[in-house]
Design a protein around this ligand. Structure first.
Ligand code: AHG
Ligand code: MN
Ligand code: MN
Ligand code: MN
Length: 333
């Protein structure tokens, strides 16, 4: 029988890879793992108890917050608070972000976390996979001082770790610290994430394209042409491709990471920067996909190179298998 490796064991084993003081980032990842288990528990009983439906508030994007958006946000922030390694959290659900260091809890905290606590929250009521996305940076300012814009508006290339949790038919945590990507499946019977997908690699090409075609008339010409290309028949290139779109970025990316494919949320005539958020959706996913051998671009530049202007900035996203992303770029030229 092969032995089980838990997330906690794996993080400790891999500490040597971390560029900075080993214990802190390990603890931060562990805290995120704990909050993930709590959210998993709640997501799993979503149909049973009174946690579905609207919370009654709107977030900064004018999206009506679901109760689980708020619940997940609270769980992750409280785990980060009690861990003491994080000084600032940028969350989809908080306009200004949350300064933890000011509360005196994490005076020496050196890390910034950007988080989408519940991704795909409109899917929760129909029992479709949702997720959490997180991104971790090292703060630039000295500990003991105020957290500055320079701390939380860093380029994606400066991430020290990033990951997602998918609450799917099973719950998985996938993360990178810049040395490849590893996936862990939650075994609910022992309450541990166990290494199930070591060294994940995205196929260089695939058959799946994932895009909300309902917005077709608003797409740039190049995207329309790429969709046509996917639908055409051609034996040599294995076309037509297959269209798959869940509407939870995490789930769409996770499937394409395993099977090969391209996920696109382009700019539209209605949304010139697309819909997805740079700091807690596109950057962490781009880091993971690149670490798995794939590619992530806005159509004009590498996502990880963007210098962020604001916490809740949106960017167009074309993410996935390298050859497919390159094909999209050809059409956009
Ligand atoms: P969130 O639930 O965190 O607000 O994110 C929703 C995002 C993302 O998960 C998904 O890829 C996208 O919205 C789907 O948008 P459309 O419904 O416009 O296709
Ligand atoms: Mn939302
Ligand atoms: Mn999201
Ligand atoms: Mn969300």
């Amino acid at each position: 029988m092969s032995s089980i490796k838990t997330l906690g064991q794996f993080i400790i084993e891999k500490q040597a890879d971390f560029p900075y003081a080993k214990g802190e980032l390990s603890r931060l990842l562990r805290d995120i793992g704990i909050a993930a288990k709590i959210v998993h528990r709640e997501v799993n009983k979503a149909g049973l108890v009174d946690i579905l439906g609207d919370h009654g508030n709107q977030n900064v994007f004018g999206e009506s917050q679901k109760k689980l958006d708020v619940y997940a946000d609270e769980q992750f922030i409280s785990a980060l608070k009690s861990g003491g390694e994080c000084c600032f959290v940028a969350s989809e659900e908080h306009e200004e972000g949350v300064v933890l260091v000011d509360e005196g809890i994490s005076k020496n905290a050196k890390y910034i976390v950007c988080i989408d606590p519940l991704d795909g929250s409109s899917n929760i009521e129909v029992n479709v996979s949702v997720g959490t996305i997180f991104s971790i940076y090292r703060r630039k300012s000295e500990v003991g001082h105020k957290v500055t814009e320079e701390d939380f508006l860093q380029r994606g290339v400066e991430q020290v770790a990033a990951g997602y949790i998918i609450y799917g038919s099973s719950t998985m945590l996938v993360y990178t610290t810049g040395k490849g990507v590893n996936g862990f499946t939650l075994d609910p019977s022992i309450g541990e994430f166990c290494l199930s997908h070591p060294n994940m690699k995205i196929p260089s090409s695939g058959k799946i394209y994932s895009i909300n075609e309902g917005n077709y008339v608003k797409f740039p010409q190049g995207i329309k042409q790429f969709i046509k290309y996917c639908q055409e028949e051609d034996k040599a290139t294995n076309r037509p491709y297959t269209s798959r779109y869940i509407g939870s970025m995490v789930a769409d990316i996770h499937r394409n990471l395993l099977l090969g494919g391209v996920f696109i949320y382009p700019q539209t005539s209605a949304q010139p920067n697309g819909k997805l958020r740079l700091m807690y959706e596109c950057n962490p996913i781009a880091f993971i996909v690149e670490q798995a051998g794939g590619k992530a671009t806005t159509g004009t530049e590498r996502i990880l190179d963007i210098k962020p202007k604001e916490l809740h900035q949106r960017v167009p996203a074309i993410i996935g298998s390298t050859e497919m992303v390159d094909k999209v770029l050809e059409f956009l030229k």
